[in-house]
Design a protein around this ligand. Structure first.
Ligand code: C2E
Ligand code: MG
Ligand code: MG
Ligand code: MG
Length: 281
């Protein structure tokens, strides 16, 4: 009967809830252990100047080395956000990135900017701005070498708060990028009030190129109007790259150039003597 079916569904639902809660608790505990035992690491993906084909920055992307297996962020960042442990994890990412910038300056006498992803809850945290400033001071890095990537959704949670924080970060000299741009539901009119430096066109719109260029063109026009740097994410082939070059997109990132690499491979690829003629930032 319908009633029996309903009650079965309820039992099933309850069982799922319990399992989900158990999985969450278990994952939260292992994320704590992972922090304690240093199981996180950063991979680095280059950002290229699409005119000169030179590297001009990179994005730090977290990985979890768990029992010999490399866990991608989408499998644990959402749980880290739900449980709040994203705050110390996110802080670790920023500290680690500051260390790497410092290392590069020491080892190679120059460095490229590193972009770090900041989660919604981490962005909402009251001590975020002072934490970032303190870390930059402690590792003696120039703030323009650290870029904060925030999604549109995080900015929309509390626009006034967001503007205040972004202004503090921007006036301290840090770069600010809106990640996955175009995937949120924000109105475009608020954008010009946000003190940002960069917009990243979401991979989904880049993968439509060159056949469907409507969203990418709109974002590029908007960015040019607002005088922002535009980064195209997820460039996977020559056709996409050609379209972007022809439409004056300055910066690109994607598997067509390189997958995210472990630190030593990234350095070997981009900081060897062969590639030394990098401009000082
Ligand atoms: P995101 O910030 O938009 O990062 C770009 C993602 O796209 C990365 O996945 C990257 O490996 C992938 N990607 C880059 N180029 C291509 C391409 O040409 N094709 C395809 N198919 N994919 C490409 P990843 O490293 O798995 O990270 C996924 C998401 O996890 C990130 O998206 C970001 O939202 C989040 N994430 C990564 N690291 C962190 C972190 O340290 N903190 C926080 N809060 N989130 C992070
Ligand atoms: Mg990002
Ligand atoms: Mg993105
Ligand atoms: Mg994304």
């Amino acid at each position: 009967s319908a009633k029996a079916a309903g009650s079965n569904q309820w039992a099933f639902f309850k069982q799922q809830m319990t399992e989900n809660a158990a999985v969450r608790l278990k994952t939260e505990a292992s994320l704590h252990d992972a922090l304690k035992h240093n199981e996180f690491l950063l991979y680095f993906q280059p950002k290229l100047d699409l005119k000169t084909n030179r590297i001009m920055g990179c994005e730090a992307l977290i990985r979890w080395q768990k029992n010999g297996e490399l866990v991608p962020p989408m499998s644990f960042i959402p749980i880290a956000e739900e449980t709040g442990i994203i705050i110390p994890i996110g802080r670790w990412v920023i500290e680690q990135s500051c260390k790497v910038i410092r290392e590069w300056e020491k080892k190679y006498n120059y460095a490229i900017p590193i972009a770090v992803n900041v989660a919604s809850q981490q962005f909402a945290d009251a001590s975020l701005v002072s934490d970032i400033k303190q870390l930059a001071l402690r590792y003696q890095i120039r703030p323009e070498l650290l870029e904060i990537e925030i999604t549109e959704t995080s900015l929309m949670n509390d626009v006034d708060q967001a503007i205040t924080k972004l202004e503090q970060l921007k006036s301290a000299g840090f770069g600010i990028a809106v990640d996955d741009f175009g995937t949120g539901y924000s109105s475009l009119s608020y954008l010009r009030h946000l003190p940002i430096t960069t917009m990243k066109i979401d991979r989904g719109f880049v993968s439509d190129l060159p056949h469907d260029a409507s969203i990418a063109s709109t974002i590029l026009m908007l960015g040019q109007q607002l005088n922002l740097d535009i980064v195209a994410e997820g460039i996977e082939n020559q056709e996409q790259l050609t379209w972007l070059q022809q439409h004056n997109c300055q910066i690109g990132q994607g598997f067509f150039f390189s997958k995210p690499l472990p630190l030593d491979e990234f350095e070997a690829q981009y900081f060897t003597e062969m590639s030394m003629p990098l401009e000082q930032v």
